[in-house]
Design a protein around this ligand. Structure first.
Ligand code: NAP
Length: 301
């Protein structure tokens, strides 16, 4: 029997594990993919306190090792359901079942897709959701990035140092991304922004070779590119728990800053919950709060 099962080994989940282990609670972390979560796709983190420059991978590895050293158990299994057994909970994975007293849902989010025909089939053949993972395949080639948030602008800026030319395609003429990053991208001499436009078709033979674009006036044009990087936001990974946990219309766990859910003893932390600022530092903050709430619950039982 675990005191707490943390679902998700991203920044929120791993931070929660630090707090729980330091309170001597028995902790199991379940992770469906690899440790670190979304931050491992970030080339350089420059906005985390006391870490002026660190790669996302190094940050995640330091955090993972810290949690392992504190004695948390980690299993690489996908949590697919939660069952309630009197005051205890059971987490069902693709492999097994684990009983616990509290749960922290730190499931994070997955890439939002454009929903274009053959988008899935072309992943790895010209379509990517991660410039830091796949950017090097496009050395001296022409690429496009779609999106107008910080992720898109950072990916586009990163690619401008590798690819020969980078188009940024955005459906509006205003960006959600920080002005500073937008300006850095504009200052490059191998970049171009295509405003007020959406991608309507992926063009390919054995791999992607172009895209069809439609602007707000309805004009359709073709762009020859070797790679398309899609950065149009993320979708919370809570679907497996929707029958038990209250989610909002976008699939986020409904929660306030105390990280509680509608079920006593089940908490949420990080990008999968309703919140206004989704940053590394707020993921860590959520992890600390959710763990503290779980410890309070455990100590009253
Ligand atoms: P985001 O801020 O939600 O931006 C998503 C972008 O994709 C928006 O510009 C949106 O357009 C566009 N979009 C959505 N659906 C689309 C579609 N079907 N077709 C075309 N465009 C579409 O998402 P994000 O950039 O992934 O960032 C998520 C969060 O992480 C944000 O809070 C962000 O600040 C944060 N983040 C921070 C950093 C950092 O601090 N270093 C780095 C990366 C991300 P509209 O603007 O028209 O809605």
């Amino acid at each position: 029997m675990y005191d707490c099962i943390i679902i998700g080994a991203g920044t929120a989940g791993l931070t929660a594990a630090i707090y729980l282990r330091r309170a001597s609670k028995k902790v199991l972390i379940l992770e469906a993919k690899s440790y670190g979560g979304q931050i491992t796709n970030t080339l350089t983190i420059e906005n985390y306190p006391a870490e002026p420059h660190i790669s996302g991978f190094d940050f995640a590895t330091k955090l993972y090792n810290q949690v392992k050293d504190l004695g948390a158990e980690i299993k690489f299994e996908k949590a697919i359901d939660i069952e309630i057994n009197n005051s205890n909970k059971i987490v069902v994975t693709n492999n097994s079942k684990y009983e616990c007293k509290t749960i922290i849902l730190a499931t994070g989010s997955d890439n939002r897709k454009l929903g274009l025909e053959n988008e899935d089939e072309l992943i790895g053949k010209g379509v990517s959701y991660c410039a830091t993972c796949d950017g090097n395949f496009y050395k001296d080639k022409v690429v496009a990035v779609v999106g107008g948030g910080n992720a898109a602008l950072q990916e586009a800026l990163y690619l401008s140092d590798i690819a020969s030319y980078v188009y940024l395609i955005h459906r509006r003429d205003e960006f959600r991304a920080d002005k500073d990053t937008v300006n850095k991208f504009k200052e490059k001499n191998n970049t171009e922004i295509i405003y007020n436009s959406i991608i309507t078709k992926l063009l390919y033979d054995s791999k992607l070779n172009g895209i069809e674009i439609k602007n707000n006036d309805g004009n359709i044009s073709k762009l020859d590119i070797d790679g398309l990087f899609i950065a149009v936001g993320r979708i919370p990974e809570n679907q497996n728990f929707a029958k038990l946990i209250n989610l909002d219309s976008n699939g986020y766990v409904i929660s306030s800053e105390d990280c509680n859910t509608n079920i006593p003893g089940i908490y949420t932390a990080g990008d999968n919950r309703t919140k206004t600022v989704r940053q590394l530092v707020t993921a860590a903050s959520d992890g600390a709060i959710a763990a503290t709430e779980a410890i309070k619950y455990l100590n009253t039982k």
